[in-house]
Design a protein around this ligand. Structure first.
Ligand code: KG4
Ligand code: ZN
Length: 337
């Protein structure tokens, strides 16, 4: 089954052709980072406009890379999937309208996909051996969710963030440090040259709950900078390394505690923050020590992309079937898992 998938929930315009859920025949991602960098965050109106400008080209390129053109779309594509939420309202609408138009013109079923389902299943694309059940940690710019996955579409959210999402904390920390947007990759890079023990940031473990809280570390950084403003490169490196260490240890500690408590032998990471080099390292190492298998998507499938939407759509239709008359489908910016 070939699914043509579109993702426009935030600041990446992406389209992909995915065969049978796991074989990515093409994936095209057009990033808007340059547009938003000067604002230190995504500006919703600018994001919507950029999606409108990019979407046609991205769709055409994804089809062309998979050896499909508009004349054989009908024959070669079985369904059209799109991200229906959560995300920016205007941005979601652009992808939804493009997907509905294709479905309407070519008379294909439409599959609305929860963006978080996409991140949840993104590791499966490259690791066909991931078996159920597993613990999923979704860490992105908008979400921090710890989820026990029993089966496709059958899961329990154990905990989520009570304040900032982990990616948001990285982005805000980078802004305080005068660094570029997005802050996660910028801090990650600089942290490589620093001493992670230099500044003792708190680890918000919130014992007795599976929830997370990252605003405390962020405030600790703000207070630290008030008394010790950055004066040189070494100090900046050390602060970034210490901040990254505190975040990575918190995520790792809580995830492995949850895996042990719920007797889950696999942990699957997803979301933009799973691109973080220390988080990747620390999870893999702790997994080896505890005999828990850790699966992390490669960088292209960590951040927002349409291939993960095609993958999640495939498993969704396997459980729920296909519908042909859903042209009235609505997007939902605050859709939850
Ligand atoms: O999943 P994603 O592309 O979009 C959302 O659904 O939010 O995640 C974007 C987030 C941003 O906050 C970005 O700073 C963070 O992922 N990120 C990172 C790294 N690469 C991206 N955070 C830490 N380390 C990284 N290497
Ligand atoms: Zn995302």
């Amino acid at each position: 089954m070939n699914i043509f998938a579109i993702e426009t929930s935030c600041d990446e315009t992406s389209a992909s052709v995915v065969s049978n859920g796991l074989k990515v025949r093409s994936v095209v991602i057009s990033s808007q980072i340059k547009i938003h960098a000067g604002f230190f965050g995504v500006v919703p109106e600018l994001a919507s406009r950029a999606h409108i400008e990019n979407i046609n080209h991205v769709i055409w390129q994804a089809l062309s890379d998979a050896g499909i053109n508009f004349t054989d779309f009908s024959r070669k594509i079985d369904a059209v999937a799109f991200t229906s939420g959560p995300g920016l309202a205007g941005a979601l609408l652009v992808g939804a309208i493009a997907a509905k138009s294709l479905a309407c013109v070519y008379k294909k079923p439409l599959i609305p996909v929860n963006h978080l389902d996409g991140h949840l299943y993104s590791s499966l694309i490259e690791n066909k051996s991931v078996k159920l059940p597993f613990l999923s940690l979704i860490i992105s710019g908008g979400h921090t969710e710890l989820v026990a996955v029993e089966d496709f579409g059958k899961y329990k959210v154990l905990g989520s963030t009570r304040d900032d999402a982990v990616g948001e904390a990285f982005d805000k920390a980078a802004k305080m440090l005068g660094m570029s947007y997005p802050g996660g990759p910028a801090i990650d890079k600089i942290a490589e040259n620093g001493n992670p023990e230099a500044v003792k940031f708190t680890r918000p473990y919130l014992k007795g709950s599976w929830d997370f809280s990252f605003s405390g570390i962020k405030t600790a950084l703000l207070n630290y900078l008030k008394t010790s403003p950055v004066r040189n490169e070494k100090q900046l490196n050390d602060i970034c390394a210490s901040f990254r260490q505190a975040v990575a240890e918190t995520l790792c500690f809580k995830s492995f505690e949850a895996a042990k408590k719920f007797n889950l032998k696999r942990i699957v990471l997803g979301g933009g923050v799973s691109a973080n080099s220390l988080i990747r390292k620390i999870f893999l190492k702790t997994g080896q020590k505890n005999k828990i298998k850790v699966f992390i998507p490669s960088l292209i499938y960590s951040t927002d992309n349409a291939a993960m939407i095609g993958c999640a759509a495939y498993f969704k239709q396997k459980n729920c079937g296909l519908k042909y008359d859903d042209i009235q489908l609505k997007t939902n910016p605050s859709l939850s898992l």
